[in-house]
Design a protein around this ligand. Structure first.
Ligand code: AMP
Ligand code: MG
Length: 512
């Protein structure tokens, strides 16, 4: 049996800061001691508040109007621990690029505690970059400013795009350097999540043969995320099915906006169905399913077009951890779980084609729709057309009556391939068999085809301004633009543009 790094955890020593109106309600910290290590953040030298998400704080039911910047910086750097918080580093394992690592865990993050928001939802507040924990292995427990701002910006952008995701509540610089090849400013990001339970959390206990912990975790997850399953005849099979469905919907959402997660390891797969861990993630510019940005993904395992298959593979790893709960006879358990895992494909395809239909302006469905969008995508791939811009221009084309050739030019620029004009002809005749009025159709299409995504070249320029010149203006402006991704924003045209060849970003780094 694998050993756990968790000895008797020490009790926290730091005095607590009373904050009026903050009420923690910590359920994960009440699970068995082997689920986490209890410890306080390691204090930093000179915390400064870069960004605080007041609107999210309000949603979480946190009173903040009377807190000054210094207090917010102290709280969100980990220097001041609020009364009621119970900081823990959670234990998890994970398959990283296909290889099982039996022990990962929060090596640089601490779950401060949970709060119940105004909508009644329980959510985790986690500080990332707070120093070493028993899970740090050889790491320093810290985070650099660049990755912190990337996580803040991209997670908030995903939320505005309408995709299930963890959120960002604050970003703080620590006043201390971190070393990642170069000396970089250190920072802490505060992440808000439905929970931090991952496929890797289940794997951690399953790999240790700790069936009791797996059951306890499964019951916890059902209680917290899937309470409707409590009375199901086979709650653990249903849990697997529900997680599979949420993953399928999530990945279809990613694909619809051209998002590439970059590190779809099982420790970065949240059981809640939220997008989690914005490391070397990026949005695709020119459409190509083989697109990879992550510097650590040499074989393209997590390429844009591989994401559905990888998510299904991750669901198979999840299913394996549940086998002992599904049936005492392993073969019988496998026979029950396999079709559930395999149903991922069907759920994904259903979500994906539904999304594609909306992207091209259809509310009805016909047999040939899939092939019709397939043809457009194939054309886009062949011409290197920008994924976001092409669909956005198609919204305008849905409301216009210009000839097919002129429309093709409006979409792809001068001398588009002849096939595009032909495709537009086919598309238009299909639209005639769909009941929406052109104006309504264009409006509906603009609600699923974003104008603004966090384009990599803009993200990289924003990160350079922040880390090299302490200029947070571009970060603030980008955040604002991306908070309304589906609305045309006059004066923000530069954010619509794909990169020039010289601006193209070929690689992203997780900076860990
Ligand atoms: P991530 O790439 O952020 O998903 O992290 C994968 C694993 O590496 C997790 O267990 C992290 O806690 C750990 N890790 C990443 N960066 C650091 C760091 N700087 N110090 C300690 N642990 C880290
Ligand atoms: Mg991770």
């Amino acid at each position: 049996m694998l050993q756990s790094p968790l000895n008797e955890t020490t009790s926290p020593s730091r005095p607590r800061l009373p904050i009026t109106g903050w009420k923690f309600c910590n359920s994960y910290a009440a699970l068995p001691a082997r689920f986490f290590a209890r410890l306080d953040p390691v204090a930093v030298g000179d915390p400064r508040l870069i960004k605080f998400n007041g609107a999210l704080a309000t949603e979480l039911g946190l009173e903040w109007q009377s807190l000054d910047e210094g207090t917010l910086a102290a709280i969100f750097s980990g220097n001041a621990v609020p009364v009621g918080a119970d900081p823990i580093a959670t234990a998890y394992a994970g398959h990283q690029f296909g290889q099982f690592v039996p022990q990962l865990g929060d090596g640089r993050a601490l779950l401060l505690g949970e709060v119940i928001g105004r909508d009644g939802t329980r959510r985790d507040i986690q500080l990332k970059g707070t120093g070493r924990t028993p899970f740090s292995r050889s790491g320093d427990g810290r985070a650099a400013l660049g990755p912190v701002l990337r996580e803040y910006l991209v997670s908030e952008s995903m939320h505005s795009l309408g995709i299930a995701t963890t959120r960002s509540l604050a970003a703080v610089t620590t006043g201390e350097p971190v070393f990642r090849g170069a000396r970089l400013p250190g920072a802490v990001v505060t992440r808000v999540a439905a929970s931090h339970v991952r496929v890797g959390t289940f794997e951690y206990f399953a790999a240790r043969g700790d069936a009791e912990a797996v059951r306890c975790l499964a019951d916890y997850v059902i209680d917290r995320h899937y309470p409707e399953l409590k009375s199901a005849d086979r709650p653990y099979v249903e849990l697997l099915a529900a997680v599979v469905r949420r993953q399928a919907a999530l990945i279809a959402g990613w694909m619809g906006v051209g998002f590439i997660h970059g590190v779809m390891n099982t420790d970065n797969t949240a059981i809640s169905g939220e997008t989690i861990d914005f490391g070397p993630c990026a949005f695709m510019d020119g459409y190509d399913p083989a697109t990879v940005f992550s510097s650590i993904d040499s074989y393209g395992r997590y390429a844009y077009g591989n994401q559905p298959a990888v998510a299904q593979w991750n669901m198979a790893r999840f299913a394996e951890t549940l086998l002992t709960l599904i049936d005492s006879d392993t073969q019988r358990a496998v026979d029950i779980a396999s079709p559930v895992v395999n149903s991922f494909r069907e759920h994904f395809e259903a979500c994906w084609i539904a999304r594609l239909r909306r992207k091209i302006g259809l509310v009805t469905s016909e047999e040939g729709d899939s092939a019709c969008v397939g043809e457009l995508l194939e054309l886009m791939q062949r011409t290197g057309a920008d994924y976001t811009l092409t669909f956005r221009r198609l919204c305008d084309a849905a409301a216009a009556t210009a000839e097919a050739a002129a429309t093709a030019e409006a979409i792809l620029g001068a001398s588009p391939p002849i096939e595009l004009a032909q495709w537009i002809g086919t598309w238009r005749s299909r639209l005639e068999r769909d009941p929406q009025a052109p104006g309504d159709r264009a409006r509906a299409m603009r609600l699923v085809n974003p104008a603004y995504i966090p384009r990599n070249h803009r993200v990289e320029a924003m990160l350079a301004a922040a880390t090299e010149r302490e200029d947070f203006g571009p970060f603030e402006e980008m955040l604002q633009v991306l908070s309304r991704p589906y609305e045309q924003q006059p004066g923000r045209e530069s954010y619509l543009a794909p990169p020039l060849p010289s601006e193209r970003v070929l690689q992203t780094f997780c900076g860990t």
